[in-house]
Design a protein around this ligand. Structure first.
Ligand code: DGL
Length: 273
């Protein structure tokens, strides 16, 4: 295995860019191949079997790029497909659930943790399971927020519609006096300021992306698989972006949230994999 090979990162769409951004920040020497399944988004209201099938197709595509590790930068795919992917793969596969749960358990003081995510992530109980494993006496309150993903995809980050929807969704968590909320969907950090304002300054918001990048760095170092430093690579060689639809919209969005301009996004037919 080539230690200078890229890391494969995928999501149902743009949300996983919040994880890619964190990997770029914490592991600046690493190369990334990102895939956003923009043609088949959202994953959050699809069945487990479908999300596993989509995830396996994406991994088959990413492996054509000789990746050395996979980051499932989607909570729904991490909830449903992580075990199935790990069974098949000979390279490390990491998801975002474990990372988010670890940070939440370290943060809570009153033991009441809220988890917001897609219908799939909340129904799967994946966060609940890992949080209870880490700290059996925590109380976990899950709340599916299905309208957040389309609001983010529409770019309504600071908008009265988003405020209204967020107030309605989050009121149940406020009533439970949670002191920590896991943003259990990779889209949600993009409306972090709205969620923070509604939950109030006493509540800590957890973005699993940060801890996922920490775990990735630890893993690569332990396997001596981290990239050599000081490689001369152009931005296009370092970071590659693929989608299944709407390449230009994706490229513009990626440029708006990533530290570097994204010049090229390639559309592929993921059903061929
Ligand atoms: N980014 C996905 C997640 O983290 C949510 C978007 C979707 O429903 O596809 O769960």
């Amino acid at each position: 295995m080539n230690k200078n090979a890229p890391i494969g990162v995928f999501d149902s769409g743009i949300g996983g860019l919040t994880v890619a951004r964190e990997i770029m920040r914490q592991l600046p020497e690493e190369r990334i191949v990102y895939f956003g399944d923009t043609a088949r988004l959202p994953y959050g209201n699809k069945s487990k079997d479908t999300v596993i099938r989509f995830s396996k197709q994406i991994v088959r595509f990413l492996k054509t790029k000789q990746i050395k590790a996979i980051v499932v930068a989607c909570n729904t795919a991490s909830s449903y497909a992580l075990d199935a992917l790990r069974e098949d793969e000979d390279i490390p596969v990491i998801g975002v659930i474990n990372a988010g749960a670890r940070t939440a358990v370290a943060s809570t003081k009153n033991g009441k943790i809220g988890v917001i995510g897609t219908v799939g992530t909340i129904q799967s109980g994946a966060y609940n399971e890992v949080l209870k494993e880490l700290k059996p006496d925590v109380e976990v309150f899950g709340k599916a927020c299905p309208l957040f993903v389309p609001l983010v995809e529409e770019g309504l980050f600071h908008d009265s519609v988003t405020d209204e929807v967020a107030s309605r969704y989050l009121s149940v968590l406020k009533e439970k006096y949670v002191d920590t909320v896991v943003m259990g969907c990779t889209h949600y950090p993009l409306i972090r300021s709205t969620i923070a304002r509604i939950m109030g300054s006493d509540v800590t918001l957890i973005n699993p992306a940060y801890e996922t990048a920490v775990q990735l760095r630890t893993l690569l170092r332990s396997m001596e698989m981290n990239c050599d430093e000081g490689q001369e690579l152009t931005l296009d060689e370092k970071y590659q972006f693929y989608v299944s639809d709407m390449a230009e919209k994706f490229r513009d969005f990626a440029t708006s949230i990533l530290p570097e301009e994204v010049k090229k996004t390639v559309q592929i037919n993921i059903e061929e994999y």
